[in-house]
Design a protein around this ligand. Structure first.
Ligand SMILES: CC(C)(COP(=O)(O)OP(=O)(O)OC[C@H]1O[C@@H](n2cnc3c(N)ncnc32)[C@H](O)[C@@H]1OP(=O)(O)O)[C@@H](O)C(=O)NCCC(=O)NCCS
Length: 164
């Protein structure tokens, strides 16, 4: 198993992995699967330096998961805050891969001009809540019924992590 920056060749599997959660889970508030054209455009925002990174976990040619730091909000003063995301293939869950991806992600942005990391977790999601707490995130807010999917409303907890 290897953790490395994502490459264009990973995007097909990455999009399939993410779209699984779009279709079958409340953990993402996307409702419609992303097309590959949208995914390729999304990928342009990441680099191998700077604040916005994306790492993948792979064995051979099989993608097991990814984690990223993305812009939190477009207005300029928010630029020192990033939003973190992590998704594993369903059969890769529960083997500490989420922790390894987050560890790699925080190593990658170490030394970059990032002051806060934010993670939004739609509830329930015990694994994600535990992962964020393990990485030093603390709960900053709990919004009720912030999204509607599958015909019901879902709460979202926001976690924040101070960075130097
Ligand atoms: C959330 C996710 C990335 C966590 O990755 P993971 O590899 O399964 O988690 P890890 O094995 O690294 O465990 C991290 C921590 O969470 C805990 N944990 C894992 N699964 C758990 C569960 N189902 N319930 C409670 N705690 C759990 C672990 O014990 C560990 O805590 P510890 O270090 O204090 O022992 C993974 O479950 C996943 O991809 N889920 C589906 C997509 C998703 O929900 N993404 C997050 C959107 S906010």
């Amino acid at each position: 198993m290897e953790i490395r920056p994502a490459a264009t060749e990973d995007l097909d599997q990455l999009n399939d992995l993410y779209n699984h959660y779009v279709l079958h889970s409340h953990v993402t508030f996307d409702i419609r699967p992303l097309t590959m054209a949208e995914r390729v455009e999304w990928f342009r925002h990441y680099g191998e330096t700077g604040r916005h990174r994306i790492l993948v976990a792979v064995t051979g040619t099989q993608l097991l998961g990814f984690a990223s730091t993305s812009p939190y909000r477009p207005r300029e003063a928010y630029e020192t805050t990033v939003e973190t995301t992590v998704y594993l293939a369903p059969d890769a869950i529960g083997m500490r891969l989420g922790s390894r991806l987050y560890a790699g992600l925080f190593r990658a942005i170490d030394g970059e001009d990032v002051h806060r990391a934010i993670g939004g977790v739609a509830l329930p999601n015990e694994a994600s809540v535990a992962l964020h707490r393990r990485f030093g995130f603390t709960q900053a807010g709990h919004f009720s019924e912030q999204g509607r999917k599958f015909g019901r409303y879902w709460d979202v907890v926001y976690f924040e992590k101070p960075l130097p």
